[in-house]
Design a protein around this ligand. Structure first.
Ligand code: C5P
Length: 205
């Protein structure tokens, strides 16, 4: 069975957690596409050419332990604005989406560019303040030396760059279901996503 779930949204809206949880619930494979851009950005910070880095990513690059830092997040969003970098990563994502047994991909352009025919498209979002607070708690909880103001600023810079770029900007697909998690628990967000997927699965089977 091929079944693709596309989950897009801005940073720290909860899409990573929702994606992991629904993938586990339905037994689908999960690809966090942000890791492709983070791994490319990390290699560029180490001196690589962005396009060469994107073309030659290895599993080791994707498993580096610095990928969650704010420096790498900013580098990721800079390389993600380059059309040649995005082009180098398209096929890998499309092949993943078509794998047997179902797939969940989360990112910024999955429903609009990578998988325009996805069976389910979700756009998971939340207010800037709520997203910054969540990311602050996550980063400080993992021992990163961050402030609330710094995290909010970082998210706003990154979202502006991701939304305003020419190449595959962050946007909800016209046929995406929007889940605003500002006033929602993660459980409620997962339940809303699960309901959408279950309804569609009934339809196709
Ligand atoms: O989702 P995450 O915060 O890990 O993504 C890091 C950066 O990678 C984003 O700010 C964005 O610039 C880029 N990205 C993208 N398209 C995707 C996934 C991530 O441009 N599908």
């Amino acid at each position: 069975m091929n079944f693709t779930v596309a989950i897009d949204g801005p940073a720290a809206a909860g899409k990573g957690t929702v994606s992991k949880r629904v993938a586990a619930e339905f037994g689908f494979a999960h690809l966090d596409t942000g890791l492709l851009y983070r791994a490319t950005g990390a290699r560029v910070l180490a001196g690589a050419d962005p396009v060469e880095a994107a073309k030659s990513l290895t599993p080791d690059d994707m498993a580096r332990d610095d990928l969650r830092t704010t420096a790498v997040a900013q580098a990721a969003s800079k390389v993600a604005a380059l059309p040649e970098v995005r082009a180098a990563l398209v096929q890998f994502q499309r092949d993943f989406a078509r794998r047997e047994g179902g797939a969940v991909l989360d990112g910024r352009d999955i429903g609009t560019v990578i998988c325009v025919d996805a069976d389910v498209k979700l756009f998971v979002t939340a207010s800037d303040r709520v997203r910054a607070e969540r990311r602050y708690l996550e980063l400080s909880g993992n021992g990163h030396d961050v402030t609330r103001e710094g995290v909010l600023h970082d998210l706003q810079v990154r979202d502006a760059r991701d939304s305003e770029r020419e190449a595959a900007p962050l946007a909800a697909a016209a046929d995406a279901v929007v889940i605003d998690t500002s006033d929602m628990s993660i459980e409620a967000a997962v339940a809303a996503a699960t309901d959408e997927i279950r309804a569609r699965l009934k339809h196709v089977s």
